[in-house]
Design a protein around this ligand. Structure first.
Ligand SMILES: Nc1ncnc2c1ncn2[C@@H]1O[C@H](COP(=O)(O)OP(=O)(O)OP(=O)(O)O)[C@@H](O)[C@H]1O
Ligand SMILES: [Mg+2]
Length: 248
């Protein structure tokens, strides 16, 4: 079986259950969104998948292989990546220099080789391709802190993609992005490689409806329902629990 398979995943912090018997599949090419009220356990779920947190019980498999006991770094190598956070960007380095970092990491080189790697044509070609993919070609030599916030978030996404993941988790890719720049984010998600599995956690419902083919609703650590955007927007329970509150 190809892709990510999560089976009966549970996680508690003391008496607080934050993941309750979560079973979920991400096949190659899937575009799924995980939505739910604040504190529902969305970020916790992503931390369980990436290995930042250990589950209380349950299984996480990639292509049928149990990865539940792998370290964070081993899971990245296996193909699971969560976007770099804006706070991890080197703001005084250029976009091109930032992109060089995950490419060096993927090749097992260290950041100290950042200067020497400059002379590696294959690596530089990959950087140019990433810049083009995220419409950042004109900003390659700009320092990150000179970019619009939405573009900085694209740099995070490009850096994550440089690791060549097969499963990509985007936790609130549009958080803090002004609505005028929100199309930058949805266009970038739409342009991701077709065979990549993508899980998007996002409160911006316009973005969710634009990019997700399936929506999973998480409430108090448990999956309430999974359906198409049409099904979810027509679900009275979802409207009551979540969409209503956000549209008020
Ligand atoms: N390390 C931790 N120790 C104890 N409780 C935690 C820890 N991390 C998260 N929690 C609690 O687990 C619950 C789920 O939090 P989580 O951050 O996963 O929610 P979320 O769905 O991502 O919310 P948001 O939409 O606000 O980002 C919350 O009640 C939170 O306070
Ligand atoms: Mg969260």
């Amino acid at each position: 079986m190809k892709g990510l398979q999560v089976r009966n995943l549970n996680k508690s912090f003391g008496g607080l259950v934050v993941a309750r018997d979560i079973t979920l599949d991400l096949a190659p090419g899937d575009r799924k969104a995980l939505i739910g009220p604040n504190g529902a356990g969305k970020s916790t779920f992503t931390n369980l998948i990436t290995g930042i947190l250990a589950p209380t019980s349950g299984e996480i498999r990639l292509d049928g292989r149990d990865i539940g006991r792998l370290s964070e770094a081993q899971r990245v190598k296996a193909g699971i990546a969560k976007t770099f956070q804006i706070t991890t960007l080197f703001r005084s380095l250029t976009v091109r220099e930032n992109l060089r970092l995950p490419l060096l990491e993927r090749r097992g080189l260290t950041a100290r080789m950042i200067g020497r790697a400059d002379a590696d044509p294959a690596l530089e070609a990959e950087i140019e391709a990433l810049l083009a993919q995220f419409k950042l070609s004109a900003f390659g030599d700009a320092k990150v802190d000179r970019l619009a916030y939405g573009q900085q978030r694209l740099v995070e996404m490009a850096m994550t993609l440089a690791l060549r993941p097969r499963i990509l988790i985007l936790d609130e890719p549009a958080a803090g992005v002004p609505s005028s720049e929100s199309p930058l984010i949805s266009d970038a998600i739409a342009a991701l490689p077709k065979d990549l599995s993508v899980l998007i956690i996002e409160h911006d419902m316009n973005l969710v409806f634009k990019v997700a083919a399936k929506i999973i609703v998480l409430v108090a650590g448990a999956i309430l329902t999974e359906g198409s955007p049409q099904e979810i927007s027509a679900d009275a329970r979802v409207r009551d629990l979540y969409l209503g509150a956000h549209h008020d």
